[in-house]
Design a protein around this ligand. Structure first.
Ligand code: HEC
Ligand code: HEC
Length: 364
């Protein structure tokens, strides 16, 4: 029996009504799954194969996995990645742990509220090109159909359909696979479940600081997902929150670099300049560099910026004092932190995991 058949069979016994045996710790509700795309082992297997398949790009050079590497919690280690036609993207590649749970996708787009819709962006975006599938959609689907193994995966994932190999099937399977990337098994989780030795003394003190009224990272990054932007079967309609953390102020009025001003790019409301989705901090130790544009190199630097209540950039094209931005959230204010406390916060952030486990892979 192959490993995949084994997965499918063990699932038949333990799956819930969504068709999937979620590996979620007790007390955390399941993620929301759209009714028209129920989970199934066959969809997850197809989605996983497509996620790493360069045939999804117009020139067969790039896959989702090119910018979302499982070894880096599904991020890519770049400041910003380069798309399939060689152009730089404006934003940092995001890790994909727990993506099933987020209430909106990407750094600042409230309109992308499910993974099916999100997948259309890397597949078909024009400015800049990512996979460039619009340049050869028919050819891409034909190449997948001509591979009997892949054709078979589509038939099992979408049984009874006349032509199971379609763009709709591709985005549904990709979404099903990504929903399985649960990341809730970090040293932090073992610690809160009672294993005191799971966190170093420094990380434990960092956790206390993170939760404290004085430092209060928890106001925007609450456990267990370390972001407010979470949707579960118990709270399916929670609206996402977008916040200006004072990373830039180019003109004394709060301006961010053109074309990368966060929620403002979607709403055109000047009050939304610099507002970005509060990201999860799960496995954040594996996803450097940081922030929407990858402009912060390390967690040490992130903590220094929060301690200063924003970022001062003294020279260069982005010079300005984000600490004084009139658009900055009132929750971002200077915090008096000793060097030891900064190190403890970083030790705690590093205890938040090293990426989701691949449910179909042999255990690492
Ligand atoms: C060229 C690099 C690149 C490729 C290829 C790519 N992505 Fe991404 N991905 C990114 C970047 C950059 C972002 C952040 C985009 C933004 O905020 O505008 C992102 C964001 C995402 C998100 C949102 C995560 C979150 O926390 O909201 C998902 C989901 C995702 N990508 C899935 C995919 C899938 C599926 C594919 C393949 C069809 C893919 N990506 C291909 C670079 C890439
Ligand atoms: C008022 C809400 C808010 C508070 C309070 C807050 N954050 Fe954030 N955090 C954000 C937002 C929004 C971003 C993304 C900003 C951007 O990219 O422009 C972010 C980004 C981050 C990142 C980078 C994540 C990544 O994937 O790039 C880290 C790390 C982080 N915060 C840690 C902390 C720590 C530590 C504290 C406490 C000292 C804290 N945050 C307090 C809202 C907040």
């Amino acid at each position: 029996m192959t490993e995949t058949e084994e997965t499918a069979e063990s699932c038949d016994e333990s799956c819930d009504e969504t068709g999937w045996a979620w590996e979620i710790p007790p007390g955390i509700p399941a993620p929301v799954v759209p009714e028209d795309n129920p989970m199934s082992p066959a969809r997850v297997e197809l989605g996983r194969s497509l996620f790493f398949d360069v045939r999804l790009s117009y020139d067969q050079s790039m896959s989702c996995g090119s910018c979302h590497d499982p070894e880096l919690a599904f991020s890519d280690g770049e400041v910003t990645p380069t798309g399939g036609a060689g152009e730089a993207l404006a934003r940092n590649s995001q890790g994909l742990g727990n993506v099933a749970y987020y209430s909106a996708y990407t750094w600042a787009n409230p309109l992308l509220t499910d993974l099916e819709a999100q997948a259309l962006v890397p597949l078909f975006a024009d400015a800049p090109i990512e996979l460039g599938a619009q340049r050869d959609t028919v050819g891409i689907l034909d190449r997948l159909r001509q591979d009997p193994a892949v054709q078979g995966l589509f038939e099992r994932a979408f049984p009874g359909e006349d032509d199971p190999v379609s763009v709709t099937s591709v985005i549904r399977a990709l979404a099903s696979y990504q929903r399985t990337l649960i990341d809730l098994d970090a040293p932090y989780d073992r610690y809160v479940q009672g294993d005191d030795a799971a966190l170093s003394g420094a990380a434990q003190r960092g956790l206390a600081l993170f939760l404290s009224d004085r430092v209060a990272c928890v106001r925007c990054h609450p456990p267990p997902f370390f972001t407010v932007n979470v949707r579960t079967v118990d709270a399916p309609d929670r609206a996402p929150e977008f916040v200006n953390t004072g990373l830039y102020d180019l003109d004394g009025a709060g301006a961010y670099p053109a074309g990368n001003a966060g929620l403002y790019e979607v709403t055109a409301d000047p009050a939304d300049i610099g507002r970005f989705r509060v990201p999860s901090l799960r496995s954040v130790g594996a996803t450097a560099p940081y922030m929407h544009d990858g402009s912060v190199a390390s967690l040490e630097e992130v903590v220094d910026i929060y301690a200063a209540g924003g970022r001062l950039i003294s020279d260069g094209p982005w010079a300005g004092d984000g600490r004084a931005s009139p658009l900055k959230s009132p929750l971002i204010a200077p915090i008096d932190l000793t060097l030891a406390e900064r190190e403890e916060l970083v030790a705690f952030l590093r205890s938040l995991g090293s990426g989701p486990k691949d449910p179909l892979a042999p255990r690492r």
